[in-house]
Ligand binder design. Structure first.
Ligand code: CDP
Length: 262
């Protein structure tokens, strides 16, 4: 596998935020990279449902010139596929059996996640009404998480990423120094989801996500918690950028590139 060059270093998008105007030093390949080793940055953003993390992550990725990956989409996509095929996901063994033959392809196009399940694009279906109801049950199945873990890490081969989910800082990219846990009061989150016009029991999904044995939703010890209850999206993005600057993303880019991808 070839060592990938850093596209964001080549053409930085216009930004308004003052500190971002500084030149970002691209991570350099090690002198003799091990075969298949890719160095890239990952900003890990975890948090409960409707905490604002998706909007914040997308905006952050745009400002940094990184690709955005919403990993919830992967779990939603598998949920759609299993529902579509009427696989009984109350029986984890049946799900594991089906996953053995399912071709799961993930990639990045136009700085965002693309996916195929047995050659079909599941993304048009991932916000279907019934997915919210079942996705946490599907995401709790160890075989499901196992089938997606390497796929997520391999996305880093495409370039630097802002990755949001529930276990990004704890399990998927534990070695990144850039970790955030975006939270908000439960009432605020329920109200936000209702405003989106989506039927979603945020509290019940959070409870399931936090209680499961396999990669439960939790704040990584070294993640920075940001409560967005009274903050605008822009304020949260600015806060995150401030922490990233403090952690040296813009000064010393080489030192923090992550080597999770195989
Ligand atoms: O957008 P919202 O916060 O409502 O949810 P999402 O990010 O699309 O995630 C949907 C569901 O996928 C979550 O409720 C979790 O059950 C699961 N998920 C997970 O288990 N691990 C992740 N890294 C991301 C999502």
């Amino acid at each position: 596998m070839e060592f990938l060059t850093q596209k964001y270093a080549q053409s930085l998008p216009e930004r308004t935020w003052h500190a971002l105007k500084k030149k970002i030093n691209p991570p350099k390949p090690p002198a003799r990279p091990e075969e298949g080793t890719i160095l890239n940055h990952v900003i890990a953003i975890d948090g409960p449902a409707a905490s604002g993390k998706s909007t914040v992550s997308r905006e952050l990725a745009k400002r940094l010139g990184f690709a955005h990956v919403g990993t919830g989409t992967l779990y939603r996509a598998l949920t759609w596929k299993l529902l579509d095929e009427k696989v009984d996901f109350s029986k984890p063994a049946l799900v594991a059996e089906r996953l053995k033959t399912m071709k799961i392809e993930c990639g990045i196009e136009a700085d965002t996640l693309v996916m195929r399940l047995d050659h079909i694009d599941p993304l048009p279906h991932v916000r279907d009404g019934e997915i919210n109801e079942y996705v946490s049950a599907v995401a709790a199945i160890p075989a499901v998480r196992q089938s997606l873990l390497e796929k997520q890490r391999e996305l880093l081969n495409h370039g630097p990423l802002v990755v949001e989910g529930r276990d990004i800082g704890t399990v998927v990219f534990p070695h990144t120094p850039f970790k955030f846990f975006i939270d908000a009061d439960p009432e605020v989150r329920a109200a936000r989801r209702a405003k989106d016009g989506e039927k979603d029991s945020v509290a019940s999904r959070d409870a399931q996500d936090a209680a499961r044995k396999a990669a439960p939703m939790m704040k990584a010890k070294d993640a920075i918690r940001i409560d967005t209850s009274t903050l605008s999206i822009d304020e949260v993005v600015e806060t995150v950028l401030g922490f990233l600057e403090g952690k040296g993303l813009f000064e010393n880019a080489d030192a923090h590139a992550v080597k999770e991808a195989k």
